[in-house]
Design a protein around this ligand. Structure first.
Ligand code: AMP
Ligand code: ZN
Length: 112
């Protein structure tokens, strides 16, 4: 399968790793929208939020807990941060391997 994030997880495409556990891989976004911009990706290839199934529930919980750990490690807890998931065309999704953006390090405004 031709998926850029699967290639990043396997190490075929280089990335700046922030965090890794059994189920998750997190790395710095190549085009940061803020001083800190990390992508949190499950190692399992799931195209989008619409492709999750009941059996993925523990994985989804692990993503939020992973984000919590990363936010603490990167010092984002005190001032806060944003977590974003883009789905499909109107959502602005460009990589069809589900991922969550962790964005912080400056004041964020608005929703879009
Ligand atoms: P989305 O638009 O929500 O699908 O987000 C995809 C994100 O992946 C964008 O913010 C890109 O900047 C980022 N991205 C694409 N290719 C790479 C890469 N090779 N390394 C790190 N981030 C990437
Ligand atoms: Zn993938």
């Amino acid at each position: 399968m031709d998926c850029i994030f699967c290639s990043i997880i396997s190490g075929d495409i280089p990335s700046k790793k922030v965090y890794e556990d059994e189920n998750l891989y997190a790395f710095y976004d190549i085009e940061p929208a803020a001083p800190t911009h990390v992508l949190i990706v499950p190692k399992k290839h799931i195209a989008s939020i619409m492709d999750l199934t009941e059996e993925d529930a523990p994985l989804v919980g692990g993503i939020l807990l992973g984000i919590q750990k990363i936010a603490k490690e990167l010092g984002l807890e005190e001032n806060g941060f944003r977590v974003v998931n883009n789905m499909g065309q109107h959502g602005g999704q460009t990589v069809f391997h589900i991922h969550f953006h962790l964005i912080g390090g400056r004041q964020l405004f608005g929703m879009v």
